[in-house]
Design a protein around this ligand. Structure first.
Ligand SMILES: Cc1ncc(C[n+]2csc(CCOP(=O)(O)OP(=O)(O)O)c2C)c(N)n1
Length: 204
């Protein structure tokens, strides 16, 4: 384990950002999350300095857990970088583009394997992102070549405000009980915040 970040630290960070965002001082989107702190802390017990973390628009917790200092991360968010946090020195790469990065994470895993280097790639995404074609392709490739990558699917039941299960047409994610589940860590949670922002209009 590489971090001493606690559930309280994560919750304090999100609350601090929520309060700053409410003042209109952050002129960019922020996506706050709560309700998955325990699961993420558990997953990060296996993640160390050699590992790469890929995430999307909702990656504050991931950056904190990967070792990005609290104040450095806070400044990046205040500067408007919340949806695409990148800290190469901590091996953290995020993007606001849904469906991106699955190939990048798989490519990093391919390189690590070929070069006999330690470390793994971890890609964290939502339940609807796990439905994208690029997710399917990446997972199949990673399983077929047994690459050092884990796809972590954090299922909050919605894609923005769309009910995921209505889109899926079933209750379970496509990979359940398949050989592809081998490369996937899956858990459910309920987000205590709206998908984006604070759910109300903020005036600058
Ligand atoms: C290419 C692209 N299309 C649309 C969006 C807008 N968008 C942002 S998050 C999101 C929903 C993603 O749902 P899910 O993967 O379940 O993520 P979560 O609910 O955990 O944020 C969408 C459609 C985007 N970021 N990128």
């Amino acid at each position: 384990m590489m971090t001493t970040i606690t559930k309280e630290d994560i919750q304090r960070f999100e609350k601090e950002i929520a309060d700053i965002f409410a003042t209109g001082a952050i002129r960019a989107p922020v996506h706050l999350r709560s309700g998955r702190e325990d699961q993420l802390i558990e997953i990060f017990k296996a993640i160390g300095p050699d590992d790469y973390v890929f995430g999307y628009w909702d990656s504050h917790e991931l950056a904190l857990l990967k070792g990005v200092p609290y104040e450095v991360l806070k400044q990046a968010v205040v500067d408007g970088k919340s949806i695409s946090l990148c800290f190469p020195e901590y091996k953290v790469l995020c993007s606001g583009i849904a469906g991106s990065l699955m190939g990048a994470a798989t490519g990093v895993a391919w390189a690590l394997k070929r070069q006999n280097k330690p470390g793994k790639a971890y890609l964290f995404c939502g339940d609807m992102s796990a439905e994208t074609g690029s997710f399917h392709e990446a997972v199949k490739y990673a399983v077929n070549y047994d690459l050092p990558v884990k796809f972590v699917v954090c299922d909050n039941g919605v894609s923005v405000m769309t009910n995921t299960r209505e889109v899926w047409g079933c209750n379970d994610p496509w990979f359940k009980n398949t050989k592809y589940a081998d490369k996937i860590i899956y858990f459910k949670y309920t987000n205590g915040y709206p998908h984006s922002g604070l759910g109300k209009l903020i005036k600058f």
